[in-house]
Design a protein around this ligand. Structure first.
Ligand code: FES
Length: 166
């Protein structure tokens, strides 16, 4: 008796319902494996260094630029936007004709995304921390550390705002 014959014999002994169940489970596991593989690929892709500046700007990996000609909210003093530069979530606020404030948009308490500035305050809805929209300092805890601020440089001739993430 050879293996092929034995295998065929065993298949003949397996009822159709058990074979169908086995194939369904195998297909399900294969689908799970593909999904897990896809997820791993996506995670790896997300971890690749981005040297083009992210979705909200351009520049080197440590700087990002915003063309204010296309950022209408930043064309007037007091305007603000939320953007992502090199995977960093940032809130940019125009504080004067030539001055801008760039703050990390993640709460220093437990890392929730903070809201947009309103009446001079940036609030985190997770646990109620409040930060000053003038400088990112803590107005109310539980956060104790201010929002991280990034150095900005504005070129009024080109209308380009450069944000240094270093
Ligand atoms: S994460 Fe913002 S207050 Fe807790």
């Amino acid at each position: 008796m050879n293996t092929t014959t034995t295998t065929q014999h065993n298949q003949e002994q397996i009822p159709d319902t058990e074979r169908r169940d086995f194939l369904t489970q195998a297909a399900s596991m294969l689908g799970l494996a593909v999904s897990a593989g896809t997820i791993v690929s996506l995670v790896n892709a997300c971890e690749q260094p981005n040297t083009t500046g992210g979705s909200g700007g351009s520049g080197s990996s440590s700087t990002g630029t915003l063309d204010l000609a296309s950022e209408t909210a930043l064309q007037s003093v007091g305007g603000a936007i939320r953007t992502t530069i090199n995977r960093a979530q940032i809130i940019v606020i125009r504080t004067s004709q030539t001055q801008f404030l760039a703050l990390a948009a993640l709460c220093t308490h437990a890392g929730c995304g903070v809201g947009m500035p309103a009446n001079g305050v940036i609030e985190c809805r997770c646990h109620g921390s409040r930060f000053s929209a003038a400088d990112g300092s803590v107005l109310n805890g539980p956060a104790v550390m201010p929002l991280r601020s990034y150095r900005t440089t504005f070129n009024s001739m080109t209308n380009i705002l450069t944000i240094n993430l270093a």
